[in-house]
Design a protein. Structure first.
Length: 246
């Protein structure tokens, strides 16, 4: 992993208790940032991740937050900024992934996906904006290859991520010049590092790089947007091993 210097920075990673969110939070901490994570139902994992962050010599916090709730998001942002004294980095990672044939998706199922995957990042971006403007900070959204390509059994998920990609670009224009906003769009990721399912094997075989991605691949890409040139904004970076070229 490329190590950037985030010393003195403070970050908020939504859905940071497990998998990709955990990898991003720990990557930030290794680079010197204080890191707060949000969780909804994974309190045990969130506490463990917060302990792992603190073990790296930086400050940490685990905040219970339903990203669908305006009040909860506002409270989470204030809690993170209050604990660290400022907020430099926001990573909108919290999301849900579901599969269903398009003609069987209910309105409630459709709304649930959009409430988490699209409205959540909107709320966090809006609430964090005053702090990020003050620190000339960064936002990194976690999109998906599914937001760039149509997956017939994931219409609500793909649509929500496509909307998040557009939200990224809209935020980039609206929040400039103080805040840069970019998006990492993962392809097929082995989030637990031990997926040997037929699906995982099939995707690895069709991916030009001949493997599925690791959570560290995504964390590295997020780090680039978090600590690289601030002149980069409004970009959607597919981290997919070339799968999107197929």
């Amino acid at each position: 992993m490329t190590l950037y210097d985030l010393s003195g920075k403070s970050a908020l990673v939504t859905g940071g208790a497990r998998r990709i969110g955990r990898a991003i939070a720990l990557a930030f901490a290794r680079c010197g940032a204080d890191v707060a994570i949000t969780y909804r139902s994974s309190k045990t994992e969130a506490d463990q991740t917060a302990e792992a962050i603190a073990a790296l010599g930086v400050r940490s916090a685990a905040i219970d937050c339903d990203v669908r709730s305006e009040a909860a998001v506002r409270a989470a942002v204030r809690a993170a900024a209050g604990q660290f004294g400022k907020l430099d980095l926001l990573v909108n990672n919290a999301a849900i992934f579901v599969s269903s044939p398009l003609d069987q998706i209910t309105v409630d199922e459709w709304n649930a996906v959009f409430e988490t995957n699209t409205r959540g990042p909107f709320l966090f971006g809006r609430e964090a904006l005053p702090y990020l403007r003050a620190s000339r900070g960064r936002i990194v959204n976690l999109g998906s290859l599914g937001g760039l390509h149509a997956w017939p059994d994931h219409a609500h998920y793909c649509s929500s991520k496509a909307a998040l990609h557009m939200l990224t670009q809209t935020m980039a224009r609206a929040f400039a010049p103080e805040v840069s906003v970019n998006c990492v769009a993962p392809g097929s990721i082995d989030a637990d590092g031990n997926d040997t399912s037929d699906r995982a094997v099939r995707f690895a075989e069709k991916t030009p790089m001949k493997r599925n991605g690791a959570v560290e691949d995504i964390a590295d890409a997020v780090l680039f947007f978090a600590a690289g040139p601030s002149f980069v904004t409004g970009q959607i970076l597919a981290v997919d091993g070339g799968l999107g070229l197929i």
